[in-house]
Design a protein around this ligand. Structure first.
Ligand code: PLP
Length: 405
C-alpha cells in the first residue's frame, strides 16, 4: 500500500507555508524536495564525517572514500550498468553533457561530421552540441516532433549518414512529458553504426532505466531531480568509449603521475573526476536512490499516474486550456496554455496562493517555436503530491482565468 501521509512526513519542505498559505509544490521537474534520510545523511557528512576522498590515509578520509565508492556501486546497480568504473560523478546533467560533448567531441568529431539531436531537447542537451559543432565545423541535424509532441522517429533513418557521429536524445521531455521509445531509437542508431547519448534528467525519476536493456552508450542525470542534493549528477558511459575519450577537466585525482613536463592519467572512472568531488552530495544521492527503491519504483509510478489522470480530467473542464504533448506514455509533466492568459501572469498569481508552478520557455525555446508560443505554464508532480492539492490548484487556476480574461 502506498502510504501518502507517511511519505509526506518524510519531506520537511512540504509542511511549510509560503505567503501564509500551505505550500503546494508542482515544480518537481525543475527540482524535487529531499526526504529525511537524504537530509540526515548530508547533515552527518557536513557535521562529522568530513575527510577528503582518495588521498587521505586517516579515518575520516577513509570513511568518506568508502561512502563515495559505495554510492558508485549503488548508482551502477540502479542503472544496471555492467561495470562500476563506467559511472562518473559530475555536478549534474548539464555538466555531464558538457563533459561528453567536449571529450567525445575531441576524440571522435571532426570537420563535416554530424550530430543528431531532437527538436524537443532541453537547452542543456542542445547548446553543448551546437558549441561542439561550431568548434569542429561539424553539422547539427534535428529530428522533429509532430503536433501531438511525438518524435517523428519514422524520419530518423534518413537523418543518418556516413558522417553521423552521435545521436543525443532525452529519455523524456521536460516540456511535453512524453517518454521516448529509447530502446527502439538506440537500435535504429546502432544499425547505422551511431552511438547514442540519453539525457535521463526527466526519465530517471519516472521509471528509471536499464542501460544494458536500452543499450545506450551514454546516460546522464541530475541528483536534485531525484530527491538527492543539488550539485551532483552522473555520466554513465560504455567502457569502450570512456577508455578512448580524453580527460575533460584536469587537476588532482585524475592523474596517474605528474612531472613538470608530462602527465599520465588515472584509469576510469577517476580520469574524469578532476579535483575534490562532491562526496557529500554523492552520499546523499546514494540515500535518495535507496529511499525511492524502498518506497518502490512501480508503486511510485502507479500513484503518480493516478495524479496525472486526475489533473488532466480536471484541467479539461477549464475552457480554452490546451495541454501540449498528448502522445502517450507520459511522465508527470503537464505543460499548457489557457487562451487569453499569459502563463507567467498565471504562475505569479498561483505563487501568491502558495502554489509553485513553472512558466516561460521551460529551457526549450525551439519547442516553444514548434508550438507557436512564447511560453507555457507547467505542473509537474512527484509521489509526495496529492489529488487534493491538484483539485485545489485547478480550482485556483479557473478563478485566475476568470480574473484575467
Ligand atoms: N535535461 C533535461 C531534460 C532537463 O529537464 C534538465 C533540467 O530541467 C536538464 C537537462 C538540465 O539539468 P540540470 O540543470 O540539473 O543540469
Amino acid at each position: 500500500m502506498f502510504q501518502i501521509q507517511t511519505i509526506r512526513n518524510d519531506f520537511p519542505a512540504l509542511h511549510q507555508k509560503v505567503y501564509g498559505k500551505p505550500l503546494i509544490y508542482f515544480d518537481n521537474a525543475a527540482t524535487t524536495h529531499k526526504p529525511k534520510p537524504v537530509i540526515n545523511a548530508v547533515n552527518e557528512m557536513n557535521s562529522l564525517i568530513n575527510g577528503n576522498i582518495h588521498r587521505a590515509f586517516h579515518y575520516l578520509g577513509n570513511v568518506c572514500t568508502e561512502r563515495y565508492e559505495e554510492a558508485r556501486e549503488t548508482v551502477r546497480a540502479f542503472l544496471n550498468a555492467p561495470h562500476t568504473d563506467e559511472i562518473i560523478f559530475t555536478a549534474g546533467t548539464t555538466s555531464a553533457i558538457n563533459m561528453a560533448a567536449f571529450s567525445f567531441g575531441e576524440r571522435y568529431v571532426g570537420e563535416g561530421d554530424e550530430i543528431i539531436i531532437t527538436e524537443a531537447e532541453h537547452h542543456s542537451n542542445l547548446v553543448p552540441w551546437q558549441l561542439l559543432c561550431e568548434r569542429k565545423n561539424a553539422v547539427l541535424k534535428v529530428l522533429s516532433v509532430d503536433d501531438d509532441g511525438r518524435l517523428q522517429t519514422e524520419k530518423l533513418p534518413q537523418l543518418f549518414s556516413k558522417k553521423t557521429r552521435l545521436l543525443c536524445i532525452a529519455q523524456a521531455s521536460n516540456v511535453l512529458g512524453i517518454i521516448n521509445p529509447i530502446r527502439e531509437i538506440v537500435a535504429t542508431a546502432h544499425a547505422h553504426g551511431v552511438p547514442v547519448l540519453v539525457d535521463g534528467a526527466q526519465g530517471v525519476v519516472h521509471g528509471g532505466i536499464d542501460v544494458q536493456d536500452a543499450d545506450c552508450d551514454f546516460y546522464v542525470f541530475s541528483g536534485h531531480k531525484l530527491y538527492a542534493p543539488t550539485g551532483v549528477g552522473v555520466l554513465y558511459g560504455k567502457r569502450k568509449w570512456l577508455e578512448e575519450m580524453p580527460p575533460y577537466q584536469s587537476g588532482g585525482d585524475m592523474i596517474a603521475s605528474v612531472s613538470l613536463t608530462h602527465t599520465t592519467f588515472n584509469t576510469l572512472p577517476l580520469k574524469f573526476e578532476a579535483g575534490t568531488a562532491n562526496f557529500t552530495g554523492v552520499y546523499g544521492l546514494k540515500k535518495a536512490i535507496e529511499y525511492i527503491q524502498n518506497v518502490g519504483l512501480s508503486a511510485i509510478h502507479d500513484y503518480e499516474q493516478t495524479l496525472v489522470r486526475h489533473a488532466v480530467q480536471l484541467m479539461q473542464t477549464i475552457q480554452g486550456l490546451h495541454i501540449y504533448g498528448t502522445a502517450a506514455p507520459k511522465t508527470t509533466v503537464l505543460s499548457f496554455n489557457i487562451d487569453g492568459v499569459h502563463p507567467t501572469d498565471a504562475a505569479q498569481m498561483l505563487d501568491k496562493m502558495g502554489i509553485a508552478s513553472r512558466s516561460g520557455h521551460l529551457c526549450a525555446e525551439p519547442l516553444m517555436h514548434r508550438f507557436h508560443t512564447q511560453g507555457m505554464l507547467r505542473f509537474s508532480f512527484a509521489f509526495y503530491n496529492t489529488k487534493e492539492e491538484i483539485t485545489a490548484t485547478v480550482t485556483a487556476l479557473d478563478k485566475i482565468k476568470k480574473m484575467l480574461i
